[in-house]
Design a binder for this molecule. Structure first.
Ligand SMILES: *Cc1c(COP(=O)(O)O)cnc(C)c1O
Length: 439
């Protein structure tokens, strides 16, 4: 059974603790709901992906870009920089956070399927490492911005290798019928290659593919690598020069449930290296610089959400069975993944042990929406009561980063915990914040 908790979380006398601080103490100091981030776990995971890439492809033969969309704030951007890895951003807002953290632009890669002219201009002006191109329009926009800035901008072309990774439909991104990238099969990818080559202000560095998210086996990555490298071979055949870079994206899965068995960075990247080397041999190419973009696999397991239970309600179903509805003080505003993707989580009572018989339960939020569900089906102790603390693990990725103000609920803070000390790195929204936009 995989561990769904971060490395420095454990249970003592039935109470959850992070770096030795009991959940009850964390709740008393920081309130609920709150995201607690195991800082050392985050840093160790970032380092492990970096080490895996170095071990499998050779030192400095590639780059790990942390996918900031999973979760980013100024403090976390600093940790990413300190880990010696790069940062992926996909909007001007994410770029602004990186710049506020003084993240070096030379280690920033810019994504997005509809980057505005303003976003492109700023990225070019500050000198980001690469822009990952997603449409023909964008090629013209980048060329114009680079010309104006008197620069040559390095780019990758985002390609769809035509693979359905085994994951939920909304997060499978590389089959054909999607908004992202240029399809290899339809010839759109080659058309983009030709379009880029018309501009002396753009340097085509290579190709990019991101095949999905929460992927727990390597076969789809291996097929994608082969298809992208085949196109690198076609490029060399046509133009006589090899492109120097290949970015194989993120998507590495984590344990949401104890039955989800993720691949370790060394196993995943080891397998990727075997596939990349085989494909390069097959197409008679040198091994390019390899980039990967893990987001979820670095921050996802490093956070849990702590809620307080407000009410419980026993509901009799049509079948005659009963379901205990357990309402917590957050919900779809801090975790939209359950309603958006049908994501599954576990939860535990964090402040005490219970010997009470477990009951079929549903964890719901406080929003005016039937679909406001944190956990659709879970067995929880029958004596769960108002005032109990409920902890949901593995909420670090796409939790706080997708949070909303629905129902004018203030978004929760993120508290970093390390070496027995806890500190707020992103504060809780206040009523003043909620009213701050009204003119
Ligand atoms: C979302 C995304 C990632 C990160 O995905 P994870 O599943 O969090 O690893 C990486 N690259 C691109 C282009 C993405 O869109």
């Amino acid at each position: 059974m995989a561990n769904v908790w971060s490395a420095n979380a454990n249970f003592k006398d039935g109470q959850l603790a992070l770096c030795g601080i009991p959940a009850q103490q964390l709740a008393a100091e920081f309130g609920t709901p709150t995201f607690f981030l195991d800082e050392k776990d985050f840093r160790d995971r970032a380092a492990a992906w970096s080490r895996a890439l170095n071990d499998s492809f050779g030192k400095d033969a590639g780059t790990v870009y942390y996918a900031g969309k999973a979760f980013i704030c100024v403090e976390v951007a600093r940790w990413v920089e300190q880990a010696g890895i790069g940062l992926d951003v996909c909007t001007g807002g994410e770029l602004a956070v990186a710049l506020a953290a003084k993240f070096p632009p030379s280690k920033i890669q810019v994504h997005g399927n509809n980057k505005s002219v303003a976003e492109i201009t700023r990225a070019v002006e500050i000198g980001v490492a690469t822009i990952v191109v997603d449409s023909l329009f964008e090629i013209e926009r980048i060329a114009a911005a680079a010309k104006k800035a008197g620069k040559v901008q390095a780019v990758l072309l985002r390609l769809t290798p035509g693979i359905e990774a085994h994951t939920h439909e909304s997060i499978a991104t590389a089959h054909e019928d999607v908004k992202f990238g240029f399809s290899i099969a339809s010839g759109a990818a080659w058309e983009a290659v030709l379009a880029v080559r018309k501009h002396s202000e753009i340097e085509l560095r290579g190709f990019h593919g991101h095949i999905g998210s929460q992927i727990l086996s390597m076969d789809a990555f291996e097929v994608a690598a082969d298809r992208l490298i085949a196109l690198l071979g076609q490029y060399r055949d046509e133009f006589g020069a090899e492109l120097p870079e290949l970015d194989l994206g993120g998507g590495y899965g984590i344990s949401y449930l104890p039955t989800d068995e993720p691949l370790s960075p060394s196993v995943a990247i080891g397998a990727l290296a075997v596939a990349v080397h085989a494909a390069c041999k097959k197409y008679n190419l040198g091994v390019p610089k390899i980039s990967i973009e893990p987001g979820r696999a670095i921050v996802g397991p490093a956070m849990f959400t702590l809620y307080e239970v407000g009410t419980t309600k026993n509901v009799v179903l049509e079948s005659g069975a009963t379901r205990n509805y357990v309402s917590v003080d957050g919900g779809m505003s801090d975790n939209i993944r359950t309603s958006l993707y049908g994501a599954e989580y576990i939860a535990v009572i964090a402040n005490r042990t219970s010997t009470s018989e477990s009951r079929s339960s549903r964890v719901v939020g406080k929003h005016c929406e039937t679909g406001d569900i944190v956990i659709r089906n879970i067995d929880l102790p029958g004596d769960i009561s108002p005032g109990d603390l409920l902890a949901v693990p593995a909420t670090g990725a796409y939790g706080r980063s997708m949070a909303s103000n629905y129902n004018h609920v203030a978004r929760p803070p993120v508290v970093a915990v390390i070496d027995g000390k806890a500190r707020v790195i992103l504060r809780r929204e206040s009523e003043a914040d909620l009213l701050g936009l009204d003119v």
